[in-house]
Design a protein around this ligand. Sequence first.
Ligand code: AMP
Ligand code: FE
Ligand code: FE
Ligand code: ZN
Length: 285
Amino acid sequence: MAVHGRFDLHTHSTVSDGTEAPGAVVRQAARASLAGLALTDHDSTAGWADAISAAIDEGVGLLPGIELSTRSGWRSVHMLGYLIDPDEPGLLAETGRIRASRRDRARRIVDSIGVDYPITWDDVVAQTAPGATVGRPHIADALVALGIEPDRSAAFAGVLHPRRGYIEPHHAPSPAEGVALIRAAGGVPVLAHPGATREEWVIPAEDVAALVDAGLFGIEVDHPENTRGGGRVAADLARRFGLPITGSSDYHGTGKPNRLGDRTTAPEVVDAIIAEGSGTPPILP
Ligand code: AMP
Ligand code: FE
Ligand code: FE
Ligand code: ZN
């Protein structure tokens, strides 16, 4: 069955660091006249049920997905996984480890910021939906609520900038392990936003070659946060390895300037993802 129209294949809800409930994100996609979307919360599938029922109500397409946190040395690498089986034990165990480590890490970061600014863990909990994957955005929201920073983006450029010395990494599998975990769960792995960084920091081609060997499907080439040089290198990588390209907004509600449907993916590529995914069926109108 072929899809008609374009899909926004990367969005976040309150299940991670977006500001709208999963069903609200889906309803917005319907209002924006998108053919469909993917819900890809960080390291969690807890928003799927709400998103699926909204997609059925609205008659909009939905690829249930995830954005898996992986890391290669100092480089944080995000791996989108579409149509995974949310109960597959390997992926379930790994996302559980990542979320627990994110929570411990966020507490340590807040303790360390708390030495210099009047912020406590309770301030962050107050900004985080119960059970959500916690990250720097929730600490940013607490800093904003306390009047220490004016908004999320300013917090990332200010107190939460790695240069300030408060930030530390959390546990994450390697990118190739991430690809393998998504494939083992019947999912379709797409390298998220490699171009959203300075040209000289884009993931090297030899690393992408290893991801292709592990089963990488495609690359998210079209992304609102691409730098000029980074976007070009990302497009070159997709061409060089003959990989399908996706486009997405990486919508976070009011948490980021990215607008839903600002970038989208061609229907042929959505069809190819649906053909390769076996962990969970898509919702198609
Ligand atoms: P973390 O994974 O906890 O290190 O936080 C990184 C996440 O913060 C990314 O996945 C983005 O979703 C979000 N983020 C990064 N930069 C910004 C920004 N300037 N404004 C809002 N959110 C951001
Ligand atoms: Fe995010
Ligand atoms: Fe990301
Ligand atoms: Zn994202």
